[in-house]
Design a protein around this ligand. Sequence first.
Ligand code: AMP
Length: 282
Amino acid sequence: MLVFNNQVALKEHLKLNFSSKKLIGFVPTMGALHNGHLSLIDKSIKQNDVTVVSIFVNPTQFNNISDLEKYPRTLESDVAKINTIDNNVLIYAPSNEDIYQENISSEHFDFDGLEFQMEGKFRNGHFDGVGTIVKRLFEIVKPNNAYFGEKDFQQLQIVKKLTTKHNLNVNVIACEIFREDNGLAMSSRNERLTSEERSKASIIYETLKEVKVKFGTENVSDIYKWVEQVFNNQKLFELEYFEIASETSLLPYNEELKEDKYRAFIAVFVNNIRLIDTISLN
Ligand code: AMP
């Protein structure tokens, strides 16, 4: 299994071994891989001639320094996990210097307003960081297909916008959310939960499923109130936001646009660990 720490070597390897006729699939990750990540990698392996997985905890997309410091870094076991599905996958695990040289900062992006909704309201500068790293990684790997999880649905829409606005010739492929047995969306941050927190965090998906049942029959403002109440009654959890929003514009539910496709989005803190989830409603 080849692990590249610098972009020059990776680019050289791709150029030498994979002609422009070969399909390159790309799965960007921040490591601490779980079965959700592995499902993206698996899909890419099936649809391409070669798959590149990047493992890089991107500093510019963290708005909270302690979250960045505590983010799990488990390169050795990540490599071993990928190896169990296919040892021809190429891993790119760069240093900060390889990506940013001496200037660790974001470019500024205009994502036509997608960046101001939900995560954008609570994570200042987050999507500039995401845009910066994804654009740089796309320029290095030059993939035909890139795989992103619907768990980070807003990020997925922003990456699609990035590719169209910047004419990046990459096909962005959405992948469904992988969940623990109790319904909790898999996340590298779940590693930091105690077993009690992890088990009780099933409330997040349970709530979203109930929202899906209520949507269409109950008043949307009543649904918002109900969700707030659910979390007010939970000691372990603090609701950061709950939103029912359009899948395309990410704008909050609007009575007049009934034909739009809607999703519920949620962000919850469990003892300073931030968990997000989403469900399609119609
Ligand atoms: P991350 O390492 O958290 O940056 O995630 C890397 C990619 O994996 C992103 O496209 C995520 O949306 C995706 N991903 C993370 N968790 C899941 C999950 N539970 N199911 C499917 N995809 C996921």
